[in-house]
Ligand binder design. Structure first.
Ligand code: NDP
Length: 783
């Protein structure tokens, strides 16, 4: 039996293009601009030109942002139900025109009609349905939040319409307006979507679509009238955007590259795993950020499994993407083909075995055969770089710990797929993998109800689910923050030193690393003066080396992350109890440092804050989603890892506790720079920690110059997040800029102040969200 040709008709799609004279302007304020400065969009399967699109200028982006700004009150004024109705209409229209969209997407992108018809379109419609629901429920479910404002959204070419839906649906649901840029290679379905917006009754200016290359993306990123940037694309451009937005106050979410492991244990259903692998790496020609591009297979079954994989590869059908029986379509552009070919050539040059099934590539267009690479070292380019093509790199492992080690041996952390018939093994491996999504006995599953997004250099922020909605909202408490921090200038020495106790002056407050007091590596100390100018003590001047030691200690304390939430809560209560026992001492210290007339209030608030986060430690639970598949998706709030924290100068004890307590409550370990002006009460805390069963290395305290230490924290490769809240606008901008190196998560306060006594401003889920990252684990259930 053989396959005959089964082409999908392209008549309607071609007619739609003809109806637009194959030329498109920009969609701004619900109107089309005259096409200008045109660039071509071609069909990657045969190189034929499909249409011409307009390269937007800076002035066009300006117009789009202005339109979006004007539309904000209109869109928000419609209320949740009003927005839900429009979004529901969009979902219905997407379904009604599903085939036209699917064919147009296949023509423009080169992906098979089977995928656009059965995956991209249903998921895109589902996204609008699901988020119509969030719009409806917003005032109830997100009562403490408001829309961010004007959102700039930039997407790549691999899932043009689906990425549009992932971006636009949550933004609209939350009451934002958008300026959206599709990828230059694949803008056509966005043009068709613009027409649906008008039909669905989206008010003018709510959705604006500007086409063009990276310069248009850059203009959106740099526009001061944009309040948030949501980007999907390469890690390289993600880094540029992180740097460009540093210090601007723009909210940012980045969904970047991946090098996701596909792990097959010896007890797996091997045939099922082979099919999963097909969906994982040959789906969309491997041009998928979460493609299972690294096969890790247990040594005992390696040969048998690879033989099955090769046999399956022989049967993959590559050819016209409009043919309904094709498995593999065309690559988006010859540039991608060259990039993939260069990486595969590098594998050959390094002595790897490169295997490809006998497969005839069409003469025209951009194609690459399914490829299996074996014999690559873990450091080979093909084992580390995102190939973004139909290329699988296979390696073996012997034991589950080795599988985890190999899985995590990448700078990325987007997704992983785990195959075993042992539920205990699967659920043992899932938490050990550093990735935002783990599929058990499945691969490349997506749903609007389930968050998607990465750890590490795969970016931050989530798309889909409740956490995805939060990316498009701002907590109302943020608006209530005072305009300026009550920064107390560093107290200066009195003209005449106060008569002091010589023994007290001799006292040097040490730093705290790995549960031990530590002298600064630099062997420098700096004086700390009290409010009255008297010398209170000397503190160590921390340096790069001290931070390095502290980070090492924090990593060694990983047992804290594995400890139960109940245990962590107990330790926090115990810290509160021991602080209460020394309340007078701490109050006296605060008074001496700051001149605070009511220092007892700060100590009591600190004790209460410790109770507050102890209470949260075992209550910040995840969710169990029920996507429309045979499974459940468990969304777990995992610790971020090691967090560097720069504390505020006002409320030196309460500020310290308000930042450290949520971080450690959720299992993070911290390296903390206490208030530069008033560091002593934080340094005194070691006595409390030592008596409260806090394991060494969970909290490390390095005193010294906040700017210098923050710089070191932001550039340290083994720190996962940096928080800075000392009111330094420049310092916060620098943290954001430098964090781009390893794409750390940041939480900075900027120049504004924060009421550290207010639970609304210094507590709640918004703070806990900074201290955690959501991992979505897809588990077969009721299959
Ligand atoms: P890019 O990251 O370059 O492009 C993604 C989007 O960003 C596109 O709309 C692009 O515009 C736009 N863009 C480009 N430069 C800038 C900039 N300086 N500022 C703002 N926006 C910008 O990915 P590519 O499409 O070039 O693909 C290159 C590689 O990136 C791939 O081979 C793959 O490895 C990886 N990639 C990863 C994706 C993922 O989802 N993880 C998705 C796509 C690519 P335009 O393309 O129109 O010029």
């Amino acid at each position: 039996m053989d396959y005959g040709p089964a082409p999908e008709s392209q008549k309607e799609a071609q007619a739609w293009l003809d109806g637009h004279q194959r030329k498109f302007g920009l969609f701004i304020d619900n109107a089309w601009s005259e096409p200008a400065e045109l660039f071509a969009s071609t069909n990657p399967a045969d190189g034929a030109q499909l249409a011409e699109l307009t390269q937007a200028t800076d002035a066009d982006v300006e117009r789009a942002v202005e339109a979006a700004r004007r539309a904000l009150p209109v869109w928000q004024g419609m209320g949740g139900h009003g927005r839900a109705k429009v979004m529901y209409a969009l979902a219905r229209l997407l379904q009604k025109h599903a085939r036209l969209f699917a064919v147009l997407e296949t023509l423009d992108n080169g992906k098979t009609i089977r995928e656009t018809r059965d995956i991209d379109l249903p998921l895109a419609a589902r996204h609008f349905y699901h988020h119509a629901g969030w719009a409806q429920l917003q005032s109830e479910e997100f009562a403490d939040y408001r829309a961010v404002g004007v959102v700039g959204q930039i997407v790549p070419w691999n899932f043009p319409l689906l990425m549009l839906s992932w971006k636009i649906a949550p933004a609209l649901a939350a009451g934002n307006t958008v300026v959206f840029k599709p990828a230059e290679f694949t803008s056509l379905t966005a043009m068709l979507f613009a027409e649906l917006c008008v039909q669905a009754g989206v008010p003018a200016g709510v959705v604006n679509i500007v086409t063009g290359d990276g310069r248009v993306g850059s203009a959106i990123v740099n526009h001061p009238g944009v309040d948030k940037i949501a980007f999907t694309g390469s890690t390289e451009v993600g880094r540029l955007i992180r740097e460009a937005t540093a210090g601007s106050g723009k909210k940012l979410s980045l969904e970047l590259g991946g090098k996701s492991p596909f792990i097959v244990f010896e007890d797996a259903d091997l045939d099922g795993a082979v099919e999963g692998l097909v969906d994982s790496i040959w789906f969309n020609q491997g041009q998928v950020c979460c493609a299972g591009s690294r096969l890790l297979v247990q040594e005992s079954i390696q040969e048998r499994f690879l033989n099955k994989v090769r046999a399956r590869m022989e049967n993959l059908r590559l050819g016209s993407p409009l043919d309904k029986s094709m498995d593999v379509g065309a690559l988006v552009d010859p540039v991608q083909r060259q990039r993939i070919a260069a990486l595969v050539d590098s594998a050959r040059a390094e002595g790897c075995d490169v295997w490809q099934p006998a497969c005839e590539l069409p003469a025209d267009g951009s194609w690459f055969p399914p490829t299996l690479i074996t014999g690559a070292s873990t450091s080979a380019a093909v084992a580390q770089a995102e190939i973004f093509g139909p290329v699988l790199v296979a390696m073996s492992f012997r034991t589950p710990p080795e599988a985890v080690q190999l899985a995590n041996n990448t700078v990325y952390g987007l997704a992983a797929s785990v195959w075993t018939e042992s539920i205990s093994l699967a659920l043992d491996i899932a938490p050990a993998i550093k990735a935002g999504v783990v599929w058990i006995n499945s691969a490349n599953q997506f749903d609007a109800a389930c968050g998607f997004g990465g750890y590490r250099e795969s970016g931050f922020g989530r798309e889909g689910g409740r956490e995805g909605m939060l990316e498009y909202m701002t907590a109302l408490a943020e608006d209530a923050r005072p305009a300026l921090p009550v920064v107390e200038a560093k107290a200066k020495a009195a003209a005449k030193p106060a008569a002091a106790d010589p023994f007290a002056i001799d006292r040097t407050a040490k730093m705290y690393i790995g549960g031990k007091q530590a002298r600064p590596d630099s062997a420098y100390s700096a004086p700390v003066f009290g409010a009255n100018g008297a010398l209170l003590a000397e503190v160590g001047v921390g340096s790069r080396k001290d931070i390095r030691n502290a980070v090492e200690a924090a990593h060694k304390a990983s047992g804290w992350t594995g400890a139960t939430a109940h245990n962590r809560a107990q330790v926090l209560y115990y810290i509160a109890e021991n602080l209460a026992a020394r309340a007078d001492e701490f109050a006296a210290r605060i008074a001496a440092m700051t001149g605070n007339k009511n220092p007892e209030k700060e100590v009591q608030a600190s004790i209460e804050r410790l109770f507050y986060y102890a209470a949260w430690a075992d209550k910040y639970d995840g969710l169990a989603h029920q996507p429309p598949t045979k499974g459940i998706t468990v969304a777990l709030n995992e610790a971020v890892g090691v967090i560097g924290i720069v504390c505020p100068n006002e409320a030196p004890l309460l500020g310290f506790i308000s930042l450290v307590a949520p971080a450690i409550a959720l299992g993070n370990r911290v390296v903390v720079v206490p208030s530069e002006a008033h560091p002593l009460s934080a340094l005194d805390l070691y006595q409390v920690f030592d008596t409260s069963d806090l394991p060494g290395g969970v909290v490390n305290i390095i005193s010294g110059n906040a700017d210098e230490l923050a710089r070191t924290l932001a550039t340290h490769a083994d720190i996962d997040a940096v928080w800075r809240h000392d009111g330094s606008a420049e310092g916060c901008a620098e943290v954001e800029r430098l964090s781009a190196g390893t794409l750390k998560r940041t939480w900075v306060g900027g120049a504004k102040g924060r009421d550290w006594y207010s639970a609304a401003q210094s507590g709640g889920r918004a703070v806990l969200a900074h201290a955690s990252q959501v991992k979505n684990v897809w588990i077969p259930y009721g299959v």
